[in-house]
Design a protein around this ligand. Structure first.
Ligand code: PHE
Length: 339
């Protein structure tokens, strides 16, 4: 027969043990002894059903109260022990690996980089390789910037009012276009060649809403047996479709020293004021035989095409960015919109 006195004793014994537990292991032993499946209180609780009816209520109530008091004491003691253990660990080793770390806000790719990667994905999908690094320098000599690209002495692009030459190093300039990357690749490799290169280019332009002395281009080059203007147009239309969807696009004849014939690709575009307009996506053409000769390729055997697009311009159109300068000011209020 369980009486109040017995329950009180069970409770006092349990609370004494719990209060005396010096470690989590001690506490676990006390828990098993006083509140485990085989503890006296558990036995009382499971035996309630076989008690005479009139005892079930008071015994059950008393036993449950003791059980609750034991659980509460265990929980409280556990918190105290953990705090003590942490305190003594910190006294010897001040590194607390359990503390939450400093939150570093995650950045995002710059819109120019996003468009660059998108273009690269499209072209990698067509089997192009990315040329980059020391293979395609930004500081170039006259041969790679101009001579090998069939751009004769006296051409306006070669003047120091257009191109940024390195002071004290005649004939060395910051490349005004990514096209010298074509020459670099062809010097190192024999056909078939299918490469792209994206990077910074430099021109002596004043900064305004659509100009910057530094901007980015993506260059593509394909040299193989039997490549035709048809292959070039098919490739460019594929790029346009991937980039701008089902918009109307068309070619226009143009001139570049290093391609013949040369074309430009335009797409129909709705600007940010909702005005229907057109936008030049890129310049391209069949690689001029003089360029093939300059790198030691046989123009009787190989043909190919090249194209170059302004990445910043594409990013502006893509994201509806009205002013190029916004891309270069590093203003988080702008950049966070592209995360
Ligand atoms: N390099 C040219 C430009 O900067 C673009 C171009 C690249 C044209 C390749 C034809 C072939 O305008």
């Amino acid at each position: 027969m369980t009486n109040e006195h017995q329950l009180e004793e069970l409770r006092a014994a349990a609370l004494t043990d719990i209060a005396g537990a010096a470690s989590l292991d001690d506490l676990e032993r006390a828990r098993v002894a006083h509140a485990g499946r085989k503890s006296a209180i558990a036995e009382i609780l499971s035996g309630i059903g076989s008690l005479p009816k009139e005892q079930r209520g008071p015994v059950g109530k008393g036993a449950n109260a003791v059980r609750a008091a034991i659980d509460a004491a265990i929980e409280e003691r556990q918190g105290a022990i953990e705090a003590e253990e942490l305190g003594s660990r910190l006294a010897t080793d001040p590194t607390d690996v359990t503390l939450p770390g400093d939150a570093h806000p995650l950045g995002a790719l710059h819109p120019i980089t996003q468009v660059q990667r998108e273009l690269e994905e499209i072209l990698l999908g067509l089997g192009y390789r990315i040329a980059d690094g020391p293979e395609t320098p930004e500081i170039e000599d006259d041969f790679h910037n101009f001579d090998a690209l069939n751009t004769p002495a006296g051409h306006p692009a070669r003047s120091s009012s257009d191109t940024l030459y390195v002071e004290g190093h005649p004939g060395i300039a910051l490349r005004p276009q990514t096209s010298p990357a074509q020459i670099r690749v062809m010097e190192r490799e024999d056909p078939p060649v299918y490469v792209i290169h994206t990077g910074a280019v430099y021109r002596k332009d004043d900064v305004d809403a659509t100009h910057s002395p530094m901007f980015h281009q993506i260059e593509g080059l394909a040299i193989d047996d039997g490549l035709t203007l048809g292959h070039l147009k098919g490739t460019l239309l594929h790029i346009a479709r991937e980039l701008v969807g089902d918009r109307e696009s068309w070619f226009q004849a143009h001139f570049f020293p290093f391609t013949e014939p040369s074309i430009e690709l335009y797409v129909e575009w709705t600007d940010r004021h909702g005005r229907q307009t057109s936008m030049e996506l890129l310049g391209a053409g069949m690689v001029d035989p003089n360029v093939l000769r300059a790198v030691g390729y046989d123009p009787e055997r190989y043909t190919g095409f090249a194209f170059g697009a302004g990445v910043d311009r594409l990013a502006m159109v893509r994201f509806g960015i009205p002013d190029l300068r916004l891309l270069y000011e590093g203003d988080l209020r702008v950049l966070e919109q592209f995360a």
